[in-house]
Design a protein around this ligand. Structure first.
Ligand code: PLP
Length: 404
């Protein structure tokens, strides 16, 4: 059992009032709030340690380097990577996917195939469209059923020797579907294709073991795991990271530079050009420690309770349809109400202190599948409560009375 009162006290922002009402924050799939330990880590770094990393001989630079590399080690342990140089710091999931897709744009040949799915976030679509445009490879899309589940048989049908990489999310940010990624990975490997998993939504809720999954790449954003914005990670198997060309050129990523020829630094630095967000990199592992102290299994089971409770409340509202009813689902509820624009719902309940997201959630192909312009989405975290869901459902009923 989680001590929710104690957990809530760790998050200063949860004490805020919005429009005179206590904040009910149900936009966790967009970004998580930050516990005091993460805020303190950022503050402490700038007050005590700030220096550029990896180059300096002076004490501050060494302390900053050690803290940054210690964080990489923590991330490596958390995701059970084999080597810490398989963890690349990036700005987040978007940059992690772009790094890999950009590399593949140089490895792919005309006629090769890349598989993504109907469920993807735009950041796991557009980088692959760009890579296919550059290389002449063909983009294939795994379809979904009405519940928002991937059609695994269609996926198996799409796979062939032409498939070079499969890029699929672990959990859909819009529908909450938890995808059978182990099966997807194993099937792709039968054809020698690499697999990238977009883990932006999974990492705040599930324990991920990249070696057990045997994925080739796994991407995450710290800010969705209650860490800072502007930092994330790419896990890549050593062999793949060695095969991929560098993403950006600049300081830090080289061994030797002359105007005739430049040689690149070893992993992970080959992919880490320029001065990174050092404070955020350090605070990322503080967020991971915070999550592990609560326990991801405890988090998942508590959030499932919230999902079940919210779903029961919402289905009893007339004219309301839940979009995304997969059997395996994380704590995200998207819904529409007949004849009402999601934006209007979002604006009215904001007046009552409630933060939900409305729109296409960076997943326009999902909206096209359901023939919708957008949905309203409530997404839950371990610091949310059933009382908050009651407040939300009451507010929603009030809003619908005004709008219907
Ligand atoms: C948020 C999200 C992204 C993009 O993450 P950024 O942190 O904005 O780079 C990608 N995929 C999914 C499934 C997401 O939820």
């Amino acid at each position: 059992m989680l001590n929710i009162a104690k957990i809530r006290a760790d998050f200063p922002i949860l004490k805020r009032k919005i429009n005179g009402k206590p904040l009910v924050y149900f936009d966790n799939a967009a970004t998580g709030q930050k516990p005091q330990v993460v805020i303190d880590a950022l503050d402490k770094y700038y007050k005590n340690t700030n220096a550029n990393i990896h180059r300096g001989v002076h004490t501050l630079s060494q302390e900053a380097t050690n803290a940054y590399e210690y964080s990489r080690e923590t991330i490596k342990n958390h995701f059970n990577a084999k080597h810490s140089h398989e963890i690349i710091f990036t700005r987040g999931t978007t940059e992690s996917i772009n790094l890999v897709a950009n590399g593949f744009s140089q490895l792919l040949q005309k006629g090769d195939e890349v598989i993504i799915s109907q469920l993807e976030h735009h950041s796991n679509i557009i980088p692959w469209q760009l890579a296919c445009e550059k290389s002449g490879a063909v983009l294939k899309i795994v379809p979904i059923n009405k519940k928002g589940e991937l059609l695994v048989e269609s996926y198996e049908y799409l796979l062939s020797d032409k498939t070079k990489i499969v890029a699929i999310n672990h959990i859909s940010n819009t529908l909450g579907t938890i995808n059978p990624i182990k099966k997807i990975i194993d099937k792709a490997h039968e054809y020698g294709a690499a697999v990238l998993i977009d883990g932006a939504q999974a990492t705040p809720h599930l324990k991920v073991d990249v070696q057990a999954l045997d994925c080739d790449f796994y991407c995450a954003s710290a800010h969705k795991m209650y860490g800072p914005t502007g930092i994330g990670m790419l896990y890549g198997k050593e062999d793949w990271l060695n095969k991929l060309p560098p993403y950006q050129g600049g300081g830090e990523m080289i061994k030797e530079v002359t105007f005739e020829k430049t040689t690149y630094a070893d992993l992970p630095f080959k992919f880490e050009a320029g001065t990174p967000n050092i404070a955020a990199g350090i605070a990322f592992s503080v967020a991971i420690d915070y999550l592990n102290n609560i326990g991801l299994e405890n988090i998942a089971s508590y959030e499932n309770g919230l999902l079940k409770y919210a779903t029961e409340q919402l289905v009893s509202i007339p004219h309301l349809t839940i979009i995304g009813t997969a059997k395996h689902k994380a704590a995200v509820v998207s819904f529409t109400v007949d004849g009402i624009h999601p934006f209007d719902i979002g604006s009215i309940i904001d007046k009552l202190g409630i933060a939900i997201r409305t729109g296409h959630h960076c997943t326009q192909p999902i909206m096209q599948f359901y023939n919708l312009s957008g949905t309203s989405r409530a997404s839950f975290s371990f610091y949310n409560t059933k009382d908050e869901i009651d407040v939300f459902v009451d507010a929603l009923k009030k809003a619908l009375m005004m709008l219907l």
